[in-house]
Design a protein around this ligand. Structure first.
Ligand code: ADP
Length: 455
């Protein structure tokens, strides 16, 4: 096992990694930016090293500074968390060159699964369900038009190197498609330095269902079943739950098994998530593979009892996964609400500033993953999530009831948060019935705004 690791991240995930490392008897070194000088999580690390000014481009994204800190602090490994450098294959390679273990996949496995075209190709071999669409990158626009006619409009043009929704265009007809390919190529070239785009069938009404997987360096790979992340706003997940409700067990088993097979075939070690859209017939189509720990990993931890972050550290240190597939049993249901410092009255504008009041809920089956406390000043530089509220219940209904109570107990001020929206959704019929699609939150917000305007 490692004796010291460096955490190249901040906030709740930095604290999450500190907690996992501590249980393994591993010391932690946090790097931080000047804007995070007073970050409460830093107190729990064994060492903290400032690596630059507030903007992430000057600190958390600076590979040179992070590696220097790692060498000064004499660590064995780096955990990248999520966001920042977590899916940067170049960073993973630099770590390897410097003989520092990257707590995640090899740069090769990351590149293979991180590139959407090569990932789709591999998914075909493992019978992981994918969208019908072009076979590889589009060379000739006429060829793409032919494929679109075969699979039927609407189609979506996507960037192979895509992320954050960039380089995507929906096309309802041939004219749209020709223009969309040109535009998406330019956008992808500018954003990722890789203009490769492809097309696939566009699904109008779908749920977002994903499979948590884990692999080690000994060729073992397992899945930890599903999560549903259908509750989104502007493609950002708001609420996640697991297991995905109402999915036929046989279908769920088959898709989860194929996801584990996909990462085994890619010689992947660490935690990954295979994301799918699921249609009304419960047919699955792979969206992409995230080659890191996800924000919503606690949902899976609550229903399986597996500490995903500890497994990541253990397998990076060369140990075998601590579980076989047959050891993974789902117990009950978990729901997570992302508590973001955003003002719902001002179009969810991120809020920075002083948290005067902060009092978190507690009790049976309630978990808070957060780095904040009263008197903490939220810096303006980073994402707006200030914590995650996760509840576990024997059934989905019990988990939802528990979530309602926990949201009511939560006291945060004067900073505005997403708590009222979560509370609203916990009482919203389509959510309660899990009869929803990825656009339902936006529809609900529109409906609320229209009602407010008419009174
Ligand atoms: P990114 O890596 O840019 O986030 P994804 O492939 O994960 O791209 O897709 C982002 C979002 O775009 C999805 O969550 C979904 O809402 C929408 N989307 C992507 N592909 C499709 C598709 N084939 N049909 C319908 N919606 C899609």
């Amino acid at each position: 096992m490692f004796s010291r690791i460096l955490i190249a991240n901040r906030g709740e995930i930095a604290l999450r990694i500190i907690r996992a490392a501590r249980e393994l008897g591993v010391e932690t070194v946090c790097v931080y930016s000047q804007a995070d000088r007073d970050g409460p999580w830093l107190e729990h690390a064994d060492e903290a090293i400032c690596i630059g000014p507030g903007p992430a481009s000057e600190s958390y994204l600076r590979i040179d500074r992070i590696i220097s800190a790692a060498e000064i602090a004499n660590v064995d490994a780096i955990h990248p968390g999520y966001g920042f450098l977590a899916e940067n294959a170049h960073f993973a390679e630099v770590c390897r060159d410097c003989r520092i273990e990257f707590i995640g996949p090899s740069p090769e496995a990351m590149a293979l699964l991180g590139d959407k075209i090569s990932c789709k190709r591999m998914a075909k071999q493992t019978k992981t369900p994918i969208f019908p669409g072009s076979d590889g990158a589009i060379e000739e626009v006429d060829e793409a038009v032919k494929v679109a006619r075969e699979i039927g409009f609407p189609v979506i043009v996507k960037a192979s190197a895509g992320g954050g929704g960039r380089g995507m265009r929906i096309a309802h007809n041939e004219v749209n498609l020709r223009a969309g390919i040109e535009a998406a190529k330019k956008e992808a070239e500018a954003a990722f330095g890789n203009g490769a785009v492809y097309i696939e069938k566009f699904l109008e009404h779908a749920r977002h269902v994903e499979v948590q997987v884990l692999g080690d360096k000994h060729g073992n790979a397992i899945h930890l079943y599903t999560r549903d992340c259908t509750s989104q706003r502007r493609h950002q997940k708001l609420i996640e739950e697991g297991p995905a409700p109402g999915v036929d067990l046989k279908k769920m088993e088959a898709v989860a098994k194929s996801a584990a097979e996909l990462i085994r075939r890619a010689k992947y070690s660490g935690a990954a998530t295979v994301e799918f859209l699921m249609d009304g017939k419960q047919d699955f189509y792979m969206l992409e593979v995230n080659t890191r720990v996800q924000v919503e990993h606690p949902v899976t931890e609550m229903i399986t009892g597996v500490d995903i972050v500890k497994e990541m550290i253990r397998v990076a240190a060369g140990e075998e996964l601590g579980y076989r597939q047959k050891d993974i049993v789902i117990n009950g249901h978990a729901v997570e609400c992302r508590i973001n410092a955003e003002d719902p009255a001002r179009n969810f504008m991120p809020q920075a500033g002083l948290l005067e009041t902060y009092s978190a809920p507690g009790g049976f089956g309630v978990r808070i993953d957060s780095h904040v406390r009263p008197g903490y000043r939220i810096p303006p530089n980073y994402d707006s999530m200030i914590g995650k509220l996760i509840v576990h219940g024997r059934t989905r209904a019990e988990a939802i009831a528990r979530m309602r109570g926990a949201l009511d107990e939560y006291r945060i001020g004067p900073i505005r948060t997403t708590i009222p929206l979560h509370r609203r959704i916990m009482d919203y019929g389509p959510f309660i019935e899990a009869n929803f699609d990825i656009h339902y939150v936006e529809r609900l917000l529109k409906q609320d705004a229209a009602e407010a305007a008419s009174t």
